[in-house]
Design a protein around this ligand. Structure first.
Ligand SMILES: [Zn+2]
Ligand SMILES: [Zn+2]
Length: 295
């Protein structure tokens, strides 16, 4: 699998001189499988840049095909979608019907209990209150698919989903391709009792790569735990580098990448959080925009 990170920021895009190293775009990851399929996780603002790159190939000619897996529909995971130019490529006949062979095809996947909401939510953020172009005007053919806590086989690749802990729910994913495993779990909170989420353990088991939400330091997450005062983030649906390192160790993961960096954290602070993870699990790295992995 070829994997590229196009957005690793959580919550809101943060361009600026203090976020140049890790980047300011929100979640989007591109995966090219060994059988040459394009799979993408989330449509945060990073997907805009991916789209521009894809236009140089089949997607520029209306001959592209991709599978887009949504973890959930919070803003930072869908806001790039209206700016994903391959969704606009295609031709219509005089009746407005898409002309076969001229339109890109996008298969969109979301959790079954929010499936209709995936459609409604993407449509909603393109209503005229928010955006000038309606979803119906996109010329690419778009299909919606629901994913329960199960798996789909696409070509040679098995994609498994697990529901994880986040306000309104979130899916974590495990991609298995030619004996290699890429696991992705963002916007997931660890259990309060010190245990580990069985869903994450399923996804991460023996993974070559685990990408894990590490938005907060343990102190930011729950200041009271170490006797400090401050705003608690318990229940907000995010985790820490320490929890990521624990899961990676127990799950026999080969390499851990931290993601969903807090918009309040500059590059130096994220480097410090990377060190925090490395002290517990040496093969850790904070993911940055443009990072490419060959798995
Ligand atoms: Zn998020
Ligand atoms: Zn979220």
């Amino acid at each position: 699998m070829y994997v590229k990170f196009w957005g690793v920021r959580g919550s809101v895009p943060v361009p600026g001189k203090d976020t140049i190293f890790f980047g300011g775009n929100t979640t989007c990851v591109e995966i090219h499988t060994s059988d040459n399929q394009l799979m993408v996780i989330d449509a945060g603002t990073g997907i805009r840049l991916l789209g521009n790159e894809l236009l140089k190939g089949d997607f520029g000619k209306g001959a592209g095909n991709m599978h887009l897996f949504f973890t959930h529909t919070h803003w930072d995971h869908i806001q790039g979608f209206p700016f994903f130019m391959p969704a606009y490529i295609g031709e219509r006949d005089a009746n407005g019907k898409r002309v076969p062979g001229t339109c890109n095809h996008l298969s969109l996947y979301g959790a079954s209990d929010v499936d209709k909401r995936l459609d409604a939510t993407l449509r909603g953020q393109m209503e005229h209150f928010y955006f000038p172009v309606d979803l119906e005007y996109l010329n690419a053919s778009i299909s919606f698919h629901s994913l329960e806590e199960n798996s789909v086989k696409l070509g040679n690749v098995r994609v498994s989903a697990r529901k994880l802990k986040h306000p309104n729910g979130v899916l974590g994913y495990r991609f298995e391709d030619a004996g290699k495993v890429f696991a992705f779990a963002t916007d997931c909170e660890h259990p309060e009792d010190g245990s580990m989420d069985p869903g994450i353990l399923d996804l991460a088991k023996d993974a070559d790569v685990l990408v894990y939400d590490a938005q907060y330091t343990p102190e930011e997450y729950n200041p009271a735990l170490i006797g400090k005062k401050g705003l608690s983030k318990v229940g907000w649906g995010h985790s820490t580098p320490v929890e990521g390192a624990k899961i990676a160790t127990v799950s026999n993961v080969k390499k851990l990448f931290l993601t969903h960096h807090d918009p309040l954290h500059n590059d130096d602070q994220i480097h410090n959080m990377e060190k925090m993870a490395q002290e517990l699990f040496p093969n850790s790295l904070a993911a940055y925009e443009g990072l490419v992995l060959d798995i």
